[in-house]
Design a protein around this ligand. Sequence first.
Ligand SMILES: Nc1nc2c(ncn2[C@@H]2O[C@H](COP(=O)(O)OP(=O)(O)O)[C@@H](O)[C@H]2O)c(=O)[nH]1
Ligand SMILES: [Mg+2]
Length: 308
Amino acid sequence: MRPASMQGADGDVLTEQDLSVLDTIDIPAEEKYAAPPPTPPAPSKSPVLTGINQKFKSSKADREEGFEFKPPEPTMTSTAYRWDTSPPSIEQLRYSERFFERYPVRFLWAADEFEKMPDGAVPEVAFLGRSNVGKSSILNALMNHKGMARTSSKPGRTRKMNAFSVGGARLTLLDMPGYGHGSRESWGREIMEYLRSRKQFRRAFLLIDPIHGFKEVDYMILEAFQEMGVPYQLVLSKTDKLDTPKARKAKIPQLSEIFMAVQQNMADYGGHAGYGEILATATQPTKIGVNDLRWAVLRAVGLEGKRK
Ligand SMILES: Nc1nc2c(ncn2[C@@H]2O[C@H](COP(=O)(O)OP(=O)(O)O)[C@@H](O)[C@H]2O)c(=O)[nH]1
Ligand SMILES: [Mg+2]
């Protein structure tokens, strides 16, 4: 059973109505949520957190032999919920910003089939998610380039996998076609083939629009990640829409609750392949969480700077 509060009624394809009418969102009436506070409280006593960290607790014998694993304390801010990772330092965020902004961005190639992708040795990360979730916008924000990845208010405009080179050709970012586009079979075949076989692939960043929540295809892809052992991380997009009268009227949960629900979905459907961090981002009206995401991308490919 999918959790009712995060399930859409309309399957995977976004309609115009989906995009504009918050009031139609399927949230049970008994779930009454207040407006999100500026900084959500840290859920230190969550059973989910305890469960996850419990798995990594060292045994008495380990401790006696000097092997003690201390999981990081979970932290929650308005841009990130981390339970297995430490927050980046200011220096690391600055480093990430420089890495992405200092070098010219280059469009590398577009391919509609895995077989047509040019080979290479530069590490890659891929941005996935339903049509219109904000993949191309977040890529443009990462690359600090308004029109490099094509954005559109109409779902399904990105028909190919598009590759962009950043950081002086040390890293490749992939903009993937949204799930809503074309037949699910052809979408699935080519992207799954990429995730399974591309040797320079390092991590998938799966975008979820917190206003719409998880849909059937999102659960499907989490299950596919789990089955294939695909390393992935979840990113909330368009979080500027959460703190609005419309969202409050539609009883959209506050960010801290969304973080917890997303973590639960990761555990239920995505197994252990998921990274212990959920980022909250927006690309308009102001950019939110972009450097945190840059840092996560650099860490995914081993290009992070040293902690000072
Ligand atoms: N309010 C808001 N709208 C956004 C944000 N990011 C993208 N959008 C809009 O959402 C639509 C789809 O974005 P796009 O990046 O093309 O999504 P994609 O299909 O996943 O690549 C466009 O109309 C964007 O302007 C955001 O952070 N906040
Ligand atoms: Mg796009």
